[in-house]
Design a protein around this ligand. Structure first.
Ligand code: NAP
Length: 526
């Protein structure tokens, strides 16, 4: 890597999805203008470029899947389709003045901290090397598709695709289609495929808890209502509390096992009643009823999912898959089924070695982040920073996400990053590093809280949840409320970080040069 000691940018943000756009906005609001956002996709929106499968839609209400600083009032539906969410990301890039900060079609392939110069050097897919004083990794936690580990998958000769890499040139109309998986993604794609496939076969390994989806077209009246700020704020508040409760209340209440049990038991009864209203056939209903506690893995919402199984051309198979064959799939009972297309709705590698983030990151002493986490467990102060990796911040880091809409997480961790960078700048420091003690205290506290949740108890034993990673830990979430996540990322003591200035580090910036510690430039936000 190059030897220049003059970073081209004050901050480099990797990822132009909602995480990167939220970070860019937080930086601008902190008066930090010399930054670049890169992304491997050729447009903004991140996950909404990866996930374009039929039926893709946001599964939290649209009014809460938008930033507090740019609330959109014109949604087609209460749960907007993916294309609309991607369009909203474009609107954010425009309105927050981020367009000129983007370099698209340029993914990070390696990041290395230069200890002598206190800067990050990042190699990119287009062969360039970028350098920046600070690095923000905003690549998303659901980034690397996870193919199913099924024998002979390579021998299959039909169309095989993962939902996060949908090939729109392949037609499923009139075809014999299989779907492997019944997670939140499958719930959206299955009803859509069933509309036009000749035959649809779903292979379920673990059933999912499903709630009805309160979805409806917003229409002119709904959009007018969302134009009225108090109404918009009320929808936002109620929506965030409801989604946080649906996805994470049981985890946040881990100190109160009896209350948790009562809450989860009530939720399960309601969802079983919903299933009863959708499916009259007792055998089918039993097959679709989870055998693990509500909340062990992510539940989801759909009005169409259960009913799809009552259609004559749709089959649910619960016999385990034995192997792929060139023509289709053989199950363990010896039955062989032929398919023209197999869709793997098998999710993502979450907090897996080499997947989060999906490029190697070398910190002090050449230590690699994935190796460090593999050896010492996934850990990051507030889900944002790791001691041996100075000047680096994560938007979706370990023990950072209190389940709910992902937008409050992004706003919280982006604010955290901008706050620490802003303080380093104020002090004229070239290095900002989380101190070992607060880091360890946070990790120990979150680890213990997670361990105390029902996730690690008997009721979740057969859930195969991705909330628990390959190490048997639960770093994908923090067992607090979103309000706790919001507060602590904005109010952590600034001296939890150590700020130092290296004599050998150059304090001037190259590129769109601005001295580190320059006075804040006024920003106008439309
Ligand atoms: P997922 O929740 O991890 O589900 C993967 C599914 O594939 C599971 O049913 C799993 O079964 C199955 N599977 C994996 N390997 C298999 C194998 N070898 N054989 C048979 N089945 C196999 O993934 P996802 O549905 O893509 O959802 C991931 C996350 O994306 C969600 O939790 C949510 O956070 C997010 N999401 C968001 C939206 C949105 O609109 N905002 C929409 C969709 C998804 P097991 O359970 O038995 O492992």
């Amino acid at each position: 890597m190059s030897a220049t000691r003059t970073p081209s940018y004050e901050v480099l943000v990797i990822g132009a999805g909602f995480g990167g756009l939220g970070t860019g906005t937080a930086l601008r609001r902190a008066g930090i203008e010399n930054f670049l956002i890169i992304d491997k996709w050729d447009r903004v929106g991140g996950t909404w470029n990866a996930n374009t499968y039929p039926g893709v839609a946001v599964d939290v209400p649209s009014p809460i899947y938008n930033f507090s600083f740019q609330q959109r009032s014109h949604w087609s539906r209460f749960f907007a389709p993916g294309t609309e969410i991607q369009r909203y990301a474009e609107e954010v890039a425009d309105r927050q003045g981020l367009r000129g900060k983007l370099r698209l079609g340029c993914g990070a392939t390696e990041a290395r901290f230069d200890e002598a110069a206190d800067l990050w050097r990042v190699r990119t897919s287009d062969g360039a090397e970028l350098s920046a004083r600070f690095l923000v990794s905003a690549v998303g936690a659901l980034e690397q598709p996870k193919p199913p580990a099924i024998p002979d998958i390579d021998t299959y000769s039909g169309t095989l695709m993962h939902t996060a890499r949908w090939d729109h040139s392949r037609d499923y109309r009139g075809k014999r289609v299989a779907v492997i998986g019944t997670g939140a993604t499958a719930l959206q794609v299955i009803p859509k495929l069933a509309e036009q496939a000749a035959q649809l076969t779903v292979f379920q390994r673990t059933a999912i808890w499903v709630a009805p989806k309160p979805d409806f077209p917003l229409g002119a009246a709904g959009n007018r209502m969302l134009d009225f700020p108090p109404a918009q704020q009320a929808v936002r508040l109620i929506g965030n509390v409801a989604v946080n409760a649906f996805l994470g209340l049981g985890l946040a209440l881990s100190d109160y096992p009896r209350l948790t049990s009562a809450v989860l038991g009530t939720g399960e009864a309601v969802l079983k009643a919903y299933l009863f209203t959708q499916i009259r056939d007792r055998t089918l209903r039993r097959a679709l009823t989870p055998t693990y506690r509500l909340g062990c893995k992510r539940p989801s919402i759909s009005n169409a999912y259960f009913r799809t199984y009552t259609r004559p051309h749709v089959d649910l198979i619960t016999t385990p898959i034995e192997r792929f064959t060139p023509g289709g799939i053989r199950t363990e009972d010896g039955e062989h089924r032929e398919f023209d297309m197999v869709v793997t709705a098998t999710g993502f590698q979450v907090m897996d070695k080499g997947a989060t983030p999906p490029y190697p990151v070398y910190g002090c002493g050449g230590i690699e982040l994935g190796e460090f986490w593999d050896t010492h467990k996934y850990q990051a102060y507030e889900g944002v920073s790791v001691p041996a990796f100075p000047n680096m911040f994560h938007i979706f880091g370990p023990y950072g996400y209190a389940p709910g809409s992902v937008i409050p997480l992004i706003e919280a961790t982006a604010a955290h990053s901008a706050r620490a960078i802003g303080e380093a700048r104020r002090r004229g420091a070239t290095r900002v590093q989380i101190r070992q003690e607060p880091h360890e205290e946070y990790f120990a506290r979150m680890y213990a809280r997670n361990r105390n949740t029902y996730l690690f108890k008997q009721g979740c034993a057969d859930s195969r949840t991705y909330y628990i990673n390959y190490q048997g830990d639960g770093p994908a979430f923090r067992a607090t409320t979103q309000a706790g996540m919001y507060w602590s990322n904005r109010h952590f003591p600034l001296d939890h970080y150590r700020y130092t200035t290296s004599r050998t580090a150059v304090s001037e910036l190259g590129g769109e040069a601005q001295p580190v510690g320059a006075s804040r430039s006024p920003i106008t936000h439309p």
